[in-house]
Write a protein of this length. Structure first.
Length: 339
């Protein structure tokens, strides 16, 4: 039985955070006689810094230093061009498959410049975009894929949706990540995530029969999850400051803007709790009933049934509607710079 006169406990929902990683409290001293490591001839001095910053700097210096050394080696690696467009294009494909990206791009650029009227010049344009994508140069890859779509609208790799899918994939891979020592991604600016959803939805609409739809669907689900996580973060910010109306608006917006996210039971359940906290028992009842009716197997369904029993016990068959207007909601939390 549910006690209708009992004080209702209002449950807020937790947000996941990146796992903690504990560093040693002090950097380990270098044994005597071991030389100081160098990166491209520059001595590394991270061991003089505190342990946490030393670890971060070591990662960054190693990554960028190694990239600098690799760039120098790649710039001096000789390229042997062949006589025909086909031969050079195929050499570029071999280099691309072997992840020798600078060499691959040089071959494709050579085909474009020296054989502009060959069919391989068109293929080289797309291959340049693929090379940029493989290198992680997503902004440049987006420009290249979109240019390819505009200049060659009847090409098979445009008509089958490949180029449009790659545009969405670029935006997806360019979304902010969870990086240790930085705020979680759901607290950051979501414009890149919104761009990814726009491009993936555009791909779904224009190429419904594309074989790449099966690859795009999990990307879209992850994008929706990220956007919902951000809305939940803002809603929790308001709930923690007792601005329930602002929190309810955020939860309603997430449900309406991002259908198919898979988070509907959780969002509706939290919205029902928020309405009850606002004193709007009627909308709370309707929302909990929606969880039970639309998502009967979700974990939130059984808890929604308990809330419905509570509302009936306290308010009867006709619970009151509406809530008094509270003070204006505060501005949303500041958005950290993407990292």
């Amino acid at each position: 039985m549910v006690d209708g006169g009992a004080v209702l406990t209002y449950h807020s929902f937790p947000m996941p955070r990146p796992p903690d990683r504990t560093l040693p409290s002090r950097a380990q001293p270098r044994p005597a006689g071991v030389p100081v490591p160098t990166l491209c001839g520059v001595a590394a001095r991270a061991n003089v810094l505190p342990a946490v910053f030393a670890a971060v700097i070591t990662v960054w210096v190693s990554a960028f230093g190694a990239a600098g050394c690799a760039s120098s080696d790649e710039a001096t690696k000789p390229i042997t061009y062949s006589l025909t467009a086909k031969q050079n294009y195929e050499k570029g494909l071999v280099e691309l498959k072997d992840e020798n990206f600078p060499e691959a791009q040089k071959y494709f650029q050579f085909v474009k410049q020296k054989f502009p009227f060959s069919k391989y010049a068109v293929l080289a344009e797309l291959a340049i975009a693929d090379t940029q994508f493989a290198r992680g140069n997503y902004t440049e890859a987006v420009d290249s894929y979109k240019t390819f779509i505009r200049l060659h609208p009847t090409h098979e790799k445009v008509e089958d949706g490949y180029a449009a899918f790659r545009v969405g994939d670029c935006y997806y891979k360019d979304m902010p990540d969870d990086i240790w020592l930085l705020p979680p991604s759901y607290e950051k600016d979501q414009s890149a995530v919104t761009d990814a959803l726009r491009e993936l939805d555009d791909f779904r609409k224009k190429y419904p029969d594309s074989k790449y739809q099966k690859d795009a669907e999990p990307l879209r689900r992850e994008v929706l999850k990220r956007l919902v996580d951000h809305e939940v973060y803002i809603a929790r910010f308001y709930l923690n400051r007792d601005h329930t109306r602002a929190a309810a608006n955020r939860l309603q917006g997430a449900i309406k803007k991002y259908p198919g996210s898979g988070r509907e039971p959780e969002l509706l359940f939290a919205l029902g709790q928020t309405y009850l906290q606002m004193g709007d028992a009627l909308r709370s009842k309707q929302t909990f009933a929606r969880v039970v009716g639309e998502f009967p197997t979700a974990p939130q369904a059984r808890r929604s049934e308990l809330y419905l029993e509570f509302i009936h016990k306290r308010y009867g068959d006709n619970p009151p509607a509406g809530a008094s207007v509270g003070p204006p909601a505060p501005p949303p939390p500041p958005v950290p710079i993407n990292g």
